[in-house]
Design a binder for this molecule. Structure first.
Ligand SMILES: *Cc1c(COP(=O)(O)O)cnc(C)c1O
Length: 413
């Protein structure tokens, strides 16, 4: 009911806090995804910068808020420096990975329609099965076909199988750096060769890990090439609000070539209020998210991100070590980053997840193969021993009850 009278600030906030009491305890490390955190000072900087530009609207950056236009330009410049863009490369901030991916698919679709001189061409996109559903969402909106191709035994893209799925109507290939379920980076160099040989647009989905992988590499850990250093990569998405540790909503989409990028832009001049040009799907955009991303990137620099990467990866290693020590437990693949999946094939992992839920954890799950899932950032550090002990106990309980049968389904959103 929309009440006639307003309530006091105290009343409103008391209710907000009361409602929050029903939420899962992410601060205690009991939620395996949705929230990504760096150290407390980084959260504080992001929040303060967000609040400083809380009211400004980035839709008006060109005409009213040159501050925001400059911040966005510098965020994109920092990203292009990190991801080996060429002097021609361009990009813009978006509301998240989904919007970044929608824009790349739109640019690719309209670029290829122009190239083919066929304004209604219905193309297809060939992706590894581990690719994020944002591509299917884009295909649904833009009347394209998605071809999901099974991955190799190590959960990385099977490039020969993807090559075999290409036909005359294939407009885009995609690889993830890394993929959401297993944290492994697809063989982007091989995909880039294939893309160049067949003259097909290659997108690197670095949404989850893009802003962290270069710093993991700087630590001397193995990270395969994934960015514009590979000549076949034409676009790349990287979310600031995941392992970039910036406030939501913030992602960046990058294009190697401004001509192709131009096809992502919406430019209309038909209505009473005049010309309307956006590089995004959304109109109004929070100025706070732009200022916060700029502030966090400037505050941390490459050194700050490298320090956080060292901390996150050391914690991840400790999780992997604890989980691997549980009898029969297998880590799925060799993850490059801190999103990991693990399981035992001889018991029902969904039953294990249900027991974990009963112990107050939001269980992350992968369906194929049945596994538990974690996206680890710094707030998960304190929960490690309790989590590993509870997984071990839930595995033992499932074994004791004959392996388990449950209907708990893997889910993400
Ligand atoms: C999170 C994610 C996306 C989608 O990003 P949103 O910010 O949730 O819209 C796309 N691709 C990958 C690999 C992701 O992890």
């Amino acid at each position: 009911m929309f009440e006639a009278a307003g309530r006091s600030r105290e009343d409103v906030f008391a209710q907000l806090e009361a409602m929050r009491r029903g939420d899962a305890d992410w601060r205690g490390g009991r939620v395996p995804l949705y929230v990504f955190s760096g150290p407390p000072d980084v959260r504080e900087i992001g929040q303060a910068a967000f609040n400083a530009f809380f009211t400004e609207n980035a839709l008006g950056a060109k005409r009213a808020f040159p501050s925001l236009a400059r911040m966005e330009r510098e965020v994109v410049e920092m990203g292009l420096d990190l991801f080996h863009g060429t002097p021609e490369s361009v990009g813009n901030m978006t509301s998240g990975g989904t919007e970044s991916i929608l824009l790349c698919v739109k640019a690719c679709r309209d670029f290829s329609r122009r190239q083919r001189n066929d304004p209604t061409h219905r193309g297809n996109i060939v992706i590894p099965h581990t690719c994020h559903p944002a591509f299917d969402k884009a295909a649904l909106l833009m009347d394209l076909e998605i071809r999901r191709i099974p991955v190799r035994a190590d959960y990385r893209a099977d490039v020969p199988a993807m090559a075999a799925a290409i036909d005359a109507h294939t407009i885009m290939l995609v690889g993830s750096a890394p993929c959401f379920p297993f944290g492994v980076v697809d063989p982007m160099a091989e995909l880039a060769e294939l893309a160049l040989a067949r003259n097909i647009w290659l997108h690197t989905d670095a949404c989850v890990g893009g802003w962290m992988l270069p710093f993991v590499a700087a630590l001397g850990r193995p990270v395969p090439a994934f960015d514009f250093a590979l000549p076949g990569v034409r676009s790349l998405s990287a979310d600031l609000h995941k392992f970039g540790f910036c406030p939501k909503p913030a992602s960046v989409v990058f294009f190697r070539d401004p001509v192709a990028a131009g096809h992502a832009v919406f430019d209309l001049d038909v209505w009473p209020s005049g010309r309307f040009v956006t590089a995004t799907f959304v109109g109004t955009r929070p100025g706070g998210a732009v200022a916060a991303a700029w502030a966090v990137l400037r505050y941390l620099g490459r050194e700050g991100y490298t320090r956080i990467a060292a901390e996150v990866m050391a914690m991840r290693d400790a999780y992997l070590e604890g989980l691997s020590a549980i009898p029969g437990m297998t880590i799925r693949g060799t993850p490059e980053l801190a999103n990991i999946a693990f399981g035992r094939d001889d018991i029902d992992m969904a039953a294990v997840a249900a027991l974990l839920a009963a112990r107050g954890w939001v269980p992350g799950m992968v369906r194929e193969p049945p596994s538990l899932h974690l996206m680890l950032s710094l707030h998960h550090a304190a929960a490690r021993e309790a989590y590993v002990a509870d997984v071990a106990a839930c595995v033992a309980a499932t074994l004791a009850s004959g392996g388990g049968h449950t209907r708990l389904e893997a889910g993400y959103a």
